[in-house]
Design a protein around this ligand. Structure first.
Ligand SMILES: [Mn+2]
Length: 334
């Protein structure tokens, strides 16, 4: 049987959250479904037990996630954040969700991290400790799954919008309940969320059936760049600034593309190299089975999970990055 969440979650973390009157919730920059779903769900859960909550985001919610309930409650307004922190005084707890390390908190990380206590809830295998109290469990499908356990431990009610956000978080980060950290507990939690009224087909239509023609045009261009290496075990694709311009798509439209080469039977690792403007390059890696791409990402100062990891670089070309990543992956595969 499952252990009760109150025993899984470190007691000091629960004590900090129970004791505070004001909570600031943060997540990683370029937030994905798990980051945003966990953020909004956690806000609802903490408010449900009487906390005053402020959700800060570095940038507005991407149009991919504009269907999330309560997405308007996140603020990108630094002045508003400062007023909240001033009003909270010493009754404040900072919470960082779904961040594999402190840098992922974004440009304002130093300002955030100088406030204590700083609570961290995360499931990245490559997690590098930061903050003052952490609950890190790499065997969890998603941070959303952990936020559900937190609600149970805090005996907080879970509203329908909250359940919806949790379902999005779990569904997106588990690859629709396919990736390796999808456990029977993941399914039990998903089942509980359905019992609260969440409809998988409705969430699925928002997540997966909302492509624009610009996105499909971009996908066509990106698919044409597929290159296979190491007996077809490694697949590379790339997207350039020029492709974005030609297709009219945005960099956010690239989300999920890396799963396309991963779906090839022979492929053990799929890599998507993205030009993200101003000479910056982002690399996403998705692996199957035992291949640990978090280890490879670490070599490039990135991070992630065994099967899903990434990193960012400056001042390199797509070809240079492909060569370097190919060499690192060949070492891991051999
Ligand atoms: Mn996550």
């Amino acid at each position: 049987m499952n252990e009760s969440p109150a025993r899984i979650i470190p007691e000091p973390l629960l004590t900090e959250l129970r004791g505070a009157s004001h909570v600031v919730l943060l997540t990683h920059s370029h937030p994905d479904g798990d980051a945003l779903g966990s953020l909004f769900a956690c806000a609802a859960i903490l408010e449900g037990i009487g906390k005053t909550v402020f959700c800060f985001l570095e940038e507005p919610v991407s149009h991919h996630y504009d269907f999330l309930p309560e997405k308007d409650r996140a603020s990108c307004d630094l002045d508003e954040y400062h007023r909240f922190v001033a009003a909270a005084g010493s009754n404040l707890v900072m919470v960082g969700l779904d961040c594999g390390d402190g840098d992922r908190l974004g440009k304002l990380k130093d300002e955030f991290l100088c406030i204590e206590p700083f609570v961290v809830i995360d499931h990245h295998r490559s997690h590098r400790p930061f903050g003052t109290v952490s609950w890190v469990d790499p065997c969890r499908s998603s941070t959303g799954e952990m936020i559900y356990e937190l609600a149970v431990a805090l005996q907080a009610p879970i509203s329908y919008p909250c359940a919806y956000n949790l379902y999005v978080a779990i569904c997106t980060d588990s690859g629709s309940f396919r990736y390796e950290c999808t456990t029977s507990r993941t399914m039990q939690i998903a089942a509980a969320l359905l019992d609260m009224g969440v409809r998988p087909e409705e969430v699925g239509s928002h997540l997966y059936d909302k492509y624009s023609i610009e996105r499909l045009k971009l996908m066509e261009m990106v698919l044409s760049t597929i290159a296979l290496f190491a007996d077809d075990q490694i697949a590379f694709m790339h997207v350039t600034d020029e492709m974005l311009r030609q297709s009219g798509a945005s960099i956010q439209d690239v989300e999920g593309f890396v799963d396309l080469p991963r779906s090839l039977f022979s492929v053990k690792v799929a890599v998507l190299i993205k030009e993200t403007g101003n000479g910056a390059i982002a690399v996403s890696m998705r692996a199957k089975g035992q291949c640990d791409v978090a280890r490879v990402a670490k070599e490039f100062d990135g991070g992630g999970h065994r099967n899903a990891a990434g990193f960012r670089l400056h001042g390199k070309t797509v070809d240079e990055v492909r060569l370097a990543v190919k060499e690192a992956l060949c070492r891991v595969l051999s």
